[in-house]
Structures are given as structure tokens and as C-alpha cells.
Design a protein around this ligand. Structure first.
Ligand code: GAL
Length: 426
């Protein structure tokens, strides 16, 4: 099953193993506590983690859980703090890392341990799709425990605003999208909400995918990917046009503020990963308790119907984790069916395991599970959320986008993207 993963050939986790003297992943080690590092602090994000923590504490009454989450959507602040902790050899007991190229950075730097015997002991190999295991493996060893699959290419929209603006339904192509943005603008509402700068990077991956299609988008991230050609020029021109209809960057409210603008009736559209769904429907105080189909609706981002732009959050065992026993107990929770079925309905994601209890996934999440398992669906890896780009490439693109937000110069943006692809594609 899941032959489609192969078509993506996302990130080749190959090359020389630079780790030496790994302790292996046998049991043992201090199990008195566990410090878990993530960026799930904000509204929506925190609920999933809380559910997982509660189940962990119930099953491990002797282990003190410390939540070391650092605020900032998509890990913008957390990843910087983590990098310095790892450099100073003060790792948390377990940290969040995205499957794919991002995880490969930690592996190559010798910062995390392989988990093969842990997988054996907990019968985990059979629980995950092989192609996901490929995204967290390097030289035949497995390095993390995935908790979910998120979809990054979702268009969230306010049906009433579309109605009022004379937009008949969610746009299914980039030109239709631009047309709809213009109509909403003329009707006096915010066409497309944006949050912190990273949400513009997130928008960029969606416009590249929607404009170029999955095959051409996927090819961009492989060595020799053609960033200088007319297809990218066209997509970046469309990105620039779309950006004219966004709100000014609102760093303080991150992605949540932008998502909320849609259900508050202030903005017509927001393009965001499906963590927005958890935020919309979860009960207060973290969630907004909004109703699907009344307060908001969803569709694949324009031009991306039939493509699942995926990412996966996974947890690691850092080398020299101070409470190794606690970390392994946490990883067991993260990899468990119960844990994933408690976490994902709150987080707005679907389980990474194949044996989820489907009945627990309602509304948008039912659609997400069905899409994920639909024969013929195409996969694309999210670059912003770690699948296709390592941390350096990710930062370089963010800088190029930051400059573009100031100078609006599409040619310079494309030149910068060409340069960084040359430097970083592997
Ligand atoms: C992603 C992460 C998601 C969600 C999102 C917004 O990078 O994988 O789980 O947290 O950022 O913060």
C-alpha cells in the first residue's frame, strides 16, 4: 500500500554516517522525570500536547513531566533555542522534529540516537507506513517516533463573506483565487489573512504547488531542481499578486490571529495547515468552539486538489538526554495507538500509525483520513515544515521572502531562490 509515497521520493536519507559512539537505544537511564521540548504552546497547539501529557502521566505516575515548549508557530523561536541547547550539550530529554530533511540535520550532526531496539521492543515498525519510516531513517537506522501527519495545503474560508462578495465557491486554481481575492477586496473585506512572516513562507509553498503541480513542485527540491525557469517565474508573479490582497504581517498574533480572522468574519480566506482545525473546533479557553460549514469551510488550497502536501511531527531521543528512561517512556506514549488517538483529534492532524480508530476523526479530520488513504492521491512534502528543506535552506528561503516583503521584487526573489537551491539541494 501507499505506493504513492515512492513517487515522491522525498528526501534521500543517505550518505555517510557521522555519528560515533552512540549509546544505542537500549532501555535504562534516569526515569524520574522527562523534559519534553516542542513549540506547542499557543491556542489550538497546546490542547493536543496536553492530552498526550495527561495520558503519559496516568501511565507513568513516577515520572515528572516538564513541558519545555517555546512559543512561536512552526517552531520559529523554538528551533533557535533548541539549536543553542544542543550546541551547549544541554539537550532536553526529547524534542520535536519534522520527518524528512529537518531530522536529517540532527542525525548528521550526531545529536540524536537511533531507536531501532526501541522500535523492536514496542512492535512499532509494523505500525507505521514503510515510506514514513524511510523519512526518519538514515543508513538503515530509525531516528524518531512520528505522532501525526499534518496537511499544509488547506484553504480555510468564510462562506458568508464569499457569498456577499459574489464568489460562488472556493477557488480551484490560482487564477480563480486571484479573481476571488479581487471580488472580496471590492466588497470591502480582507481577502486573505496572514500572520507572522513564516505564514508568508507557508503561503509560498502553497502557491508554488498550486501553480506548478505536484510533479514540478516535488522536482524543485531535488538536486538540479529548476528554480530559474518560467514555471517558477510565473508562480512567483502569482505569489506577488496574491500578496497584494493580504493583511500586513502580524507577528504578534502568529498563525492563530490570521486563522481567527476568517471565523470572526473579518477575512475571507486563510491558507494554513490543518492545525487550524483544532484551533477552530476545540472548546475554550484554547479553542474557538466554531462550527464547520457555518462559521468556516475548507477546501484544498487553490490548484492543489488531489495533492496532500504533508508533514509529520516526530519526537527524538537526544544524545546524552539527562533522563533517558523518562525519554523512552515518553517516546512509547508518542508511538502508542492510544496516545495518537488522544492527541490527533485535538491537534487537527491524523495519526501517523496505520491502525487509528477512525471513528474518532470527525468533520474535516474524517475528510483528511479519507484523502490520505485515497487511491491516486499525490503527495508533496512541505518545505517549510521540514520535509524537503534542511534548516539552512529553510532559513535562506525565509530571508529571501523577508526581503521580498520589503522590496516586492520578484526577480530578486527568484534569484535568491535559485542560489539557495544550488547551495542546499542534496
Ligand atoms: C508545524 C508543526 C505543526 C504545528 C505548526 C504551527 O511546523 O509541524 O505541528 O505546530 O507548525 O505551529
Amino acid at each position: 500500500m501507499r505506493g504513492r509515497w515512492k513517487a515522491v521520493a522525498a528526501v534521500a536519507l543517505s550518505g555517510a554516517l557521522v555519528i560515533s559512539g552512540c549509546g544505542g537505544d537500549g532501555g535504562g537511564g534516569d526515569a524520574s522525570e522527562v523534559e519534553v521540548f516542542s513549540w506547542w504552546t499557543g491556542p489550538g497547539e497546546a490542547d493536543g500536547l496536553k492530552a498526550l501529557q495527561a495520558d503519559f502521566e496516568k501511565k507513568n505516575p513516577g515520572i515528572k513531566f516538564t513541558n519545555a515548549a517555546i512559543a512561536g508557530g512552526s517552531g520559529t523561536q523554538a528551533q533557535a533555542v533548541l539549536a543553542s541547547r544542543l550546541q551547549n550539550r544541554k539537550p532536553p530529554d526529547s524534542f520535536q522534529g519534522h520527518a524528512g530533511a529537518e531530522l536529517l540535520d540532527y542525525i548528521k550532526a550526531g545529536q540524536i540516537e537511533p531507536l531501532d531496539s526501541f522500535y523492536e521492543e514496542n512492535n512499532l515498525k509494523q505500525a507505521y507506513p514503510q515510506q514514513l519510516l524511510d523519512q526518519i531513517s538514515y543508513q538503515g537506522k530509525i531516528y524518531s517516533v512520528p505522532v501525526n501527519i499534518h496537511r499544509s495545503n488547506i484553504l480555510w474560508y468564510n462562506p458568508k463573506i464569499l457569498d456577499e462578495a459574489g464568489v460562488s465557491g472556493p477557488p480551484t486554481s490560482i487564477p480563480e483565487f486571484i479573481d476571488a481575492l479581487k471580488k472580496v477586496d471590492a466588497a470591502g473585506k480582507v481577502p486573505l489573512s496572514l500572520g507572522a512572516q513564516w505564514t508568508a513562507d507557508h503561503l509560498l509553498e502553497n502557491v508554488l504547488l498550486g501553480s506548478m503541480g505536484a510533479d514540478a513542485y516535488n522536482a524543485l527540491w531535488k538536486p538540479g531542481g529548476d528554480w530559474s525557469g518560467p514555471a517558477v517565474t510565473k508562480a512567483l508573479g502569482e505569489f506577488a499578486e496574491i500578496m497584494k490582497y493580504t493583511t500586513a504581517e502580524a507577528a504578534s498574533t502568529d498563525w492563530q490571529g490570521a486563522a481567527k480572522a476568517v471565523v470572526d468574519g473579518k477575512a475571507a480566506f486563510n491558507i494554513m495547515g490543518d492545525w487550524a482545525y483544532g484551533y477552530y473546533v476545540n472548546p475554550p479557553p484554547n479553542g474557538l468552539a466554531k462550527k464547520l460549514d457555518t462559521d468556516f469551510k475548507y477546501a484544498a488550497a487553490p490548484g492543489t486538489e488531489g495533492v496532500y502536501m504533508w508533514l509529520s511531527d516526530s519526537f527524538t531521543l537526544p544524545k546524552n538526554a539527562p533522563h533517558r528512561g523518562g525519554a523512552l517512556a515518553w517516546l512509547k506514549e508518542v508511538g502508542s495507538k492510544e496516545g495518537q488517538d488522544l492527541f490527533n483529534p485535538k491537534k487537527g492532524s491524523i495519526p501517523a500509525r496505520k491502525d487509528a480508530d477512525k471513528a474518532l476523526y470527525k468533520g474535516y479530520l474524517e475528510y483528511a483520513i479519507n484523502e490520505w488513504n485515497k487511491p491516486g492521491i499525490k503527495l508533496a512534502g512541505s518545505f517549510w515544515h521540514g520535509v524537503y528543506s534542511n534548516k539552512k535552506w529553510h532559513t535562506d528561503i525565509d530571508q529571501a521572502v523577508g526581503l521580498f516583503l520589503q522590496n516586492k521584487d520578484v526577480t530578486k526573489l527568484q534569484q535568491a531562490l535559485v542560489q539557495t537551491a544550488k547551495a542546499n539541494a542534496q
